[in-house]
Design a protein around this ligand. Structure first.
Ligand code: 4AD
Ligand code: MG
Length: 432
């Protein structure tokens, strides 16, 4: 008999098939048992009718406990009452692995309990929906950059440099040298852009930040495109097209996941309209001060209440342009007419989700960059390869980094970034 996956049920209506599944939930009465089945591709209902099967099968169905793994056979039928649209009329059940006292029950559990059981919690329908959205963002990312002729380049994870400053580095031994886990692949991506024109990376990123907020992970995944012969304005256009493309693909391919999460499609549709608004850092500060924020002045970085207020002043993601030089990394291009700001932008997501992209035009001038490296107390030796890029055919170039988990959190409309990655690494957590 043909073994199928639940997601393919629509192609087998009227056929008798076999499915390997787990029992996510069960309810039964005297004459009928409903098994909520999941196989990782989707959830649907299996129905066991007392009069249609042997007494043995019916009793077995009634005795199945949560998360028992089974092989079931039956006929696929349409089921207009469920959002999924199909169900299985079960005829036989074979138990593969028993499951007793499964710790996560349909009742409410506290966050710490769920986090301690993350290896099991991933099986729940809500986590499943979030991971489907994550998977779609990954798929759509590759599609977007391939279609725009970007080459995927993998920068190293063990590195000798600190592109974003030295405060949040994970240090490790590299034989008799020191090394750091990558906090951004950007500098290597700049080298790659000089070799391949347009490149992107997609990899793990590590920040030993002592931040305990709903937006911070210690280990997260970042997409870092880098483009040669590209000024900041064109980079902003790529960024907004990319983000709108991500939202559109989730709308097109994750309808069921959005339904499970209760995410309003109409809200997401607004985020596919281009261009995204832009506001300068200067104007953003003025806007905050005019609206009664007394805890911020020109030169400060935004905290999350500030970002939320700015975001709420627009109905789409908003770019904040040209931050003070003093609060941004050494590699950013200086403003042509002002020496206090740099050519950069952060993209702030709506609804209080905060920054999802940080990017800039890069300083292309050798002398300027050398001076920056010295002023920031960085080692000229360690950065000499990076300086070479400005020695041998330097060009204007720009790039950005999008945080995958922050983007998942926003598009899925969930509370906390810890649910946007399968096994979150947080300030106080590396288990499981
Ligand atoms: O703004 P960041 O630090 O920028 C860079 O690393 C640049 N080198 C990128 C580039 O231009 N190539 O980080 C970029 C994005 C942030 O906007 C945010 O979405 C995400 O990475 N991010 C985090 N996500 C989760 N947890 C953290 N601790 C994060 N830190 C940054
Ligand atoms: Mg940033």
């Amino acid at each position: 008999m043909k073994q199928i996956q639940i997601i393919d049920a629509k192609n087998h209506v009227g056929e008798t098939v076999q499915i390997g599944a787990w029992v996510a939930n069960k309810r039964s009465s005297g004459k009928i048992a409903f098994l909520q089945l999941r196989d990782g591709t989707a959830y649907f209902q299996g129905v066991v009718v007392k009069n249609d099967v042997s007494e043995e099968v019916f009793q077995l169905a009634k005795s199945l406990t949560q998360e028992t793994s089974i092989l079931v056979t039956g006929e696929i039928r349409e089921d207009a009452r469920s959002k999924f649209g199909y169900e299985l009329g079960i005829t036989t059940i074979e138990v593969i692995g028993e499951s007793h006292d499964y710790p996560i029950t349909p009742k409410e559990h506290g966050t710490d309990f769920l986090m301690d059981h993350r290896h099991l919690w991933l099986r729940s329908s809500r986590q499943h929906a979030i991971m489907q959205i994550r998977n779609e963002l990954i798929r759509a990312t590759y599609e977007f950059f391939n279609e725009h002729h970007f080459v995927k380049i993998d920068p190293p994870i063990l590195t000798g440099s600190a592109p974003e400053g030295t405060t949040d580095l994970f240090e490790t031994n590299y034989f008799d040298q020191k090394a750091y886990l990558s906090q951004s692949g950007q500098l290597y991506m700049e080298a790659a852009a000089m070799a391949f024109g347009k490149v992107f990376s997609f990899g793990p990123t590590f920040r030993a930040e002592k931040s305990k907020t709903r937006r911070h992970l210690i280990e997260f995944w970042m997409i870092e495109p880098e483009m040669a012969f590209t000024h900041q304005e064109e980079s902003l256009e790529v960024q907004e097209q990319y983000v709108a493309f991500l939202v559109q693909n989730v709308l097109d391919h994750c309808d069921y996941a959005l339904h499970v999460l209760g995410r309003d499609r109409e809200v997401l549709e607004k985020y596919t309209k281009l261009p995204f608004p832009r506001i300068s850092y200067d104007d953003a500060i003025d806007l905050l001060i005019k609206n009664g924020f007394e805890d911020i002045q020109w030169g400060d970085d935004f905290g999350s209440p500030h970002e939320t207020f700015i975001a709420n002043s627009f109905d789409r993601p908003v770019f904040i342009l040209n931050y003070p030089k003093a609060i941004k990394p050494f590699y950013m291009k200086p403003h042509p007419t002002r020496d206090d700001v740099v050519i950069c932008a952060d993209l702030i997501a709506p609804e209080g989700y905060g920054e999802i992209i940080g990017g800039s035009e890069r300083a292309a001038d050798y002398e300027f960059l050398l001076e920056q490296i010295r002023n920031h107390g960085l080692s000229e030796d360690e950065y000499s390869w990076y300086l070479d890029l400005r020695k041998y055919g330097t060009v204007p170039h720009s790039g950005f980094g999008l945080g995958l988990e922050r983007t998942v959190t926003w598009i899925a409309g969930i509370e906390h970034v810890r649910e946007a990655i399968p096994f979150p690494r947080l300030l106080n957590r590396i288990y499981p």
